[in-house]
Design a protein around this ligand. Sequence first.
Ligand SMILES: [Zn+2]
Length: 520
Amino acid sequence: MRAGLLVLLALTGAAGTPLAQSPPPTAAPQLPDLGPPAAVPDGAPPHLLRIDRAGLRTHAYWLADDARQGRHTASKGQLAAAKYVADHFQKLGLKPLGDKKTFVQSYPLRRTYLESATMLTLGTSKIDRDFAVLPAEDDCKIALTGKLVFCGNGSASQVPQGLLGKLPFVVLPPSRGGGAGADLQAVQRFADVAQQLAMQGATVGIVCLVGDSTSLANALNYRGLLPDHAQLRYGQGGSKLQTKVPLFVLSPAHSKTLFAHVGLTLDDAGLPAGKPANDKATGKLSLVVKSDDNGQGTNVVGWLEGTGKKSEALVFSAHHDHVGRRLDGDVFNGADDNASGTAGLLELAEAFAQGGPRPERSLVFLSVSGEELGLWGSDWYASHPTWPLERIVADINIDMIGRPGDKDGSTQMQITPSHEHAKFSSLVREAVGLGRHFGITFTSGDQYYERSDHYNFAKHGVPVVFFCDGEHPDYHQVTDTPDRLDYVRMESIARLAAWSGWLAANSKSRPQELGKQPNW
Ligand SMILES: [Zn+2]
């Protein structure tokens, strides 16, 4: 699910890269026994048996592996994930529904990215990875060898005058608190530092992170450039970067290298204890930022033909992209967000392809990218549909379905549009009713109505239902890892989504909007 507060810029990595071969799965870790899949509830279609916890876990672990590098849109890891999904669709016998009779639908992106020449040299140390750049312009080239000037924490009183031709560096202490609010404040702190340095004549700045700089590192993930992690823009969206001068931001490990180079000692709190012992120390910074329109996002889409009203289709959707990797090398694995939903989509495709008879209507399986950056892939799909929108009867979207349920086996789930929402429909009412077969109770997820891919279908008048865990402490953190998912619960949610889709794809009439209702 995309972040709510940050105004995100478009992200991309290697644009225009053809889909690479899926890397072989890494050696299976020793995982706990999950037990056999649950029995299928009375009255449910037989397909549900094919949706099982072990299969979900296999997919989730592959997608959320460190090797995918957080599946940032247009990065190598995202392309590998798209390839993984497309390979499965093909193997299952789905028909391609992307561009030119392939499973892949591409959409254009503007990208701003770092050239590989970008690095900082300090004596014999070359820092060419685990850094981030906050650029001031879409295109810039800086090659500067200069004296390293200590500027404290970058506040007005600590930044000396006369920084033209120098390499000023500041030490940003960790920010307190967490969550999206802290990330937003962190973005502002970088902008403030750049402003102070620019006022004293600097053309570039170096920022050292110390200690636990989680908020600062997370902010850079949204606003910064990392090697193989570009800033992307889609359509007319996205804003320009605001920093006055480009900032070259070092991970805590690289910051230590710089401190040693200039002879700066830290106190017990990890902050500078005084001034650098060596005020003659120099560094060499090469910074090359480029922009072009060669970025490319990818969706994967396949379908299964219905038996009766086959020109109408029900869409199952889930995004497979996530937010990438941090400058310190830590990966945002995005296990719940949204390896869980993608695993569900793959199991749903398998269930309907091989687990029983086809429904009346056709089924479309849509795996999008660009979701975390602003729902781009689904926006592109809805505005360039490969199945006529007026013949899509509903979109069932799953995004974040893997968090632990309660100890007693029951579990809560969020769903939108709820009965208090004007777009409440027979589709949602039916899904909520099915919950009783799985011990699932639903609460309103209306705060997420505009925050995942179903919204782009809803905007065009297609009835939608969205299943989601809601935000939790690991949401958009490096701790969203596959060992923290509850695969038994995922099995239930994915089966519920399948059943719900089965009913909608078979019912005589299309799902109907009901408007606000007093109850579910
Ligand atoms: Zn998300």
